[in-house]
Design a protein around this ligand. Structure first.
Ligand SMILES: NC(=O)c1ccc[n+]([C@@H]2O[C@H](COP(=O)([O-])OP(=O)(O)OC[C@H]3O[C@@H](n4cnc5c(N)ncnc54)[C@H](OP(=O)(O)O)[C@@H]3O)[C@@H](O)[C@H]2O)c1
Length: 237
């Protein structure tokens, strides 16, 4: 029997590239899945593509709105009765001008989408994990969290914040059976990246399924003694 049988995983950004791959892996591993994203139609397409017999349901949410997130997590708890795994996959990227020419909207979008979303979901889910005495949180930061780069200051800062929040939460839960880790993807092999960089060597990029494999490992019993880690997943780039 799969160790994930009977476990409930919450996946944010479930309708995106990595979220879809993760939902498929979790369903194949017999976990029950709560898909969180903002477009119900996009989530319905993911649900339809899951392996037969998957126990999954979608929950429309605005991850930037604290009330929307807490209401959504309450709905997940009502539907599934427990939350064992929280995978914070939702996030986004924006190139921009130099920092001195960056507008507030770009700054706010990057920090909100990448960091505030993690804050909102973790704040709503951690009390349930504490009460249940078990939890695995896996956040998606980025290779860019490790070093600021030109023309992407807000993005790098937001992913560094995800890494730092991961470490803080791991410190706060180290005496419990709750682990909090993050992954640092390099360039992911997505249709959007292929369209934006048609001449790049796509074979060096990371397939979404490879990221999902690492996230599943971090949610598994094999990673029971790993918390506060930031795992590089760069492919061959
Ligand atoms: N792609 C890369 O090369 C790369 C590299 C390093 C790290 N990452 C990280 O990997 C993660 C997954 O990337 P991905 O390519 O799978 O992204 P993606 O395909 O854009 O998926 C993100 C999903 O989150 C949803 N979302 C955005 N804002 C939301 C909100 N306020 N409330 C609810 N849902 C919201 C998006 O919906 P909409 O489509 O409607 O916006 C989308 O379905 C992200 O954290 C990203 O930063 C990606």
């Amino acid at each position: 029997m799969s160790e994930f049988q009977g476990q409930v995983a919450v996946v944010t950004g479930a309708a995106g590239n990595v979220g879809t791959a993760l939902c498929n892996k979790l369903a194949a591993a017999a976990a029950s899945i709560a898909l969180l994203d903002r477009d119900p139609d996009a989530m319905a397409r993911v649900l339809n593509g899951l392996p037969a017999g998957a126990n999954a349901a979608s929950f429309a949410v605005d991850l930037l709105d604290a009330d929307s997130v807490s209401g959504c997590i309450a709905d997940v708890q009502k539907r599934f009765g427990r939350i064992d795994i929280l995978a914070n996959v939702a996030g986004g990227f924006a190139m921009g001008p130099t920092l001195d020419e960056t507008d507030d909207a770009t700054w706010n979008l990057m920090l909100d989408l990448n960091a505030r979303s993690v804050f909102h979901t973790a704040r709503a889910v951690l009390p349930l994990m504490r009460a249940g005495g078990y939890g695995r949180i896996v956040n998606v930061a980025a290779r860019a969290a490790l070093k600021g780069q030109g023309h992407m200051g807000p993005y790098c800062a937001s992913k560094a914040a995800v890494m730092s929040l991961t470490e803080s939460m791991a410190a706060e839960t180290k005496h419990l059976d709750i682990n909090v880790n993050c992954i640092l993807p390099g360039t992911v092999d997505t249709p959007q990246n292929r369209a934006a960089m048609p001449d790049a060597d796509h074979d060096t990029w990371v397939p979404p399924e490879a990221l999902a494999d690492v996230m599943l490992f971090l949610a598994s019993n094999a990673a029971r003694c790993v918390s506060g880690a930031a795992v590089p997943v760069y492919g061959r780039s």
